[in-house]
Design a protein around this ligand. Structure first.
Ligand code: GYE
Length: 296
């Protein structure tokens, strides 16, 4: 006991906790900003962060998590690509007595005790905020094209559900075309090109709802190339609020974006580090607030 205080004076590095972080990939603009924040703020918390980029592949994530287990890290943080397929590897972490924290995306496991908690925004609420904005803007009368995020990912599932829950209250609001653009600018551009063809130049379409800004930015490009007026003829609403969509909002080519905070290391590390010191049961979800922005 006596030695503890004295050793603590040696500074955080003497007690650095080693944390493995399995990140989805580097798609879009939000994800790299989130990765950079996790890496930079690790230093502020004296965390030795082992960062693994899965390039959008769940197999890579499973490999990374198993490598973290083999290294005997103090905790594992996962931003899961998709919700399914996690039970087995989470059991392996539990058998090794390594606590697992989810950040950003969710998993679908029967036994929620397999992870300590999830620290993330409420994607369902984001979809609702987007839908509520569009309902007000269109006075409840709007045919919508939807650009979905990565199939099977929590944000694609929940943003769609939340959005549909709100527009479902308005008999004249309807999604007339929907497709996945995989959360990328190129994906969004391709999907919007297909929508432009299938709807005769977006004839009668009042809005584009994209599950993230990068797909919307790709959609804006596709529409401009087709001689259409994004932000004017078609209302453009998306999620993330990255710098490029702020520019598009200023230019009147986008109309609304729900902010997803990327500087969230300050929410995540204190929870993980406290738990390592004092493994007390936590709420299963620690929610980071969301906010809707428009041009004004
Ligand atoms: O909105 C998107 C990213 O998982 C909520 O993933 C996140 C989403 C985010 O690629 O831009």
């Amino acid at each position: 006991g006596v030695a503890l205080g004295a050793i603590a004076l040696a500074g955080p590095s003497a007690f650095a906790q080693t944390i493995g972080f399995s990140q989805v990939g580097s798609e879009g603009d939000w994800r790299p900003a989130f990765s950079a924040n996790m890496q930079e703020s690790a230093k502020d918390y004296g965390v030795d962060l082992k960062f693994a980029n899965a390039q959008g592949k769940q197999e890579e994530q499973l490999r990374a998590v198993r490598a973290f287990i083999a290294q005997g890290v103090d905790a594992i943080i996962i931003a899961p690509v998709v919700v399914t397929g996690w039970d087995q590897v989470l059991r392996e972490a539990r058998d090794a007595e390594i606590p697992v924290f989810l950040v950003d995306r969710d998993v679908d496991v029967e036994d929620k005790s397999l992870y300590v908690t999830r620290i993330s925004a409420d994607f369902n609420l984001e979809g609702k905020l987007a839908g509520a904005w569009l309902a007000a803007e269109s006075k409840g009368d709007c045919k919508i094209v939807e650009l979905q995020g990565t199939t099977g990912s929590a944000p694609a599932i929940e943003r769609k559900k939340g959005f549909e829950a709100v527009i479902g209250q308005f008999p004249a609001m309807e999604i007339v075309a929907t497709q996945s653009g995989d959360f990328t600018t190129e994906g969004g551009k391709k999907v919007m090109e297909a929508f432009i063809k299938s709807t005769d130049n977006l004839d009668g379409i009042c809005a584009s709802f994209a599950h993230n800004d990068n797909m919307q930015l790709g959609a804006i490009q596709a529409m401009k190339e087709a001689g259409l007026n994004p932000g004017k003829d078609v209302q453009m609403v998306s999620v993330d609020y990255v710098p490029a969509i702020k520019d598009a909002l200023d230019d009147g080519e986008a109309n609304a974006s729900v902010e997803l905070r990327s500087a969230v290391g300050e929410f995540i590390y204190p929870v993980v580090l406290d738990y390592i010191k004092n493994p007390a049961e936590l709420d299963k979800w620690i929610v980071i607030p969301s906010d809707l922005h428009t041009a004004d």
